[in-house]
Design a protein. Structure first.
Length: 103
């Protein structure tokens, strides 16, 4: 009788030990998954910041290009006006229709 009771107690303890081991493994896996989630959130935030930075750089470069194009356009207009002065020997200004008027 005592032997059977002891045998039952040992089996019950073995079961409790197995349950505890599984609980520890699950807890460890849960911790790993939580850490993975945190790492991915951090990486995502980093990538989003990088995307914002690149977008800002892109806008700045586009603005710089617009300014350069505007300067070039003005330079071309100045040279065209100088060419007109040199050709006609009198200063003229062209309007958008190509007609010339004395300055």
């Amino acid at each position: 009788e005592k032997r059977q009771q002891l045998s039952y107690s040992i089996a019950s303890l073995d079961e409790q030990i197995q349950d505890a081991k599984q609980h520890i493994e699950m807890s460890h896996k849960a911790h790993q998954l939580q850490q993975d989630i945190e790492d991915r959130k951090s990486r995502l935030a980093s990538l989003q910041q990088r995307e914002q930075d690149l977008s800002q750089i892109k806008r700045k470069k586009a603005q710089e290009m617009q300014e350069i194009l505007l300067k070039m356009k003005k330079e071309i207009q100045m040279r065209q006006m100088q060419a007109c002065v040199g050709k006609d020997r009198t200063m003229t200004i062209s309007n958008d229709n190509g007609r010339r008027f004395p300055a």
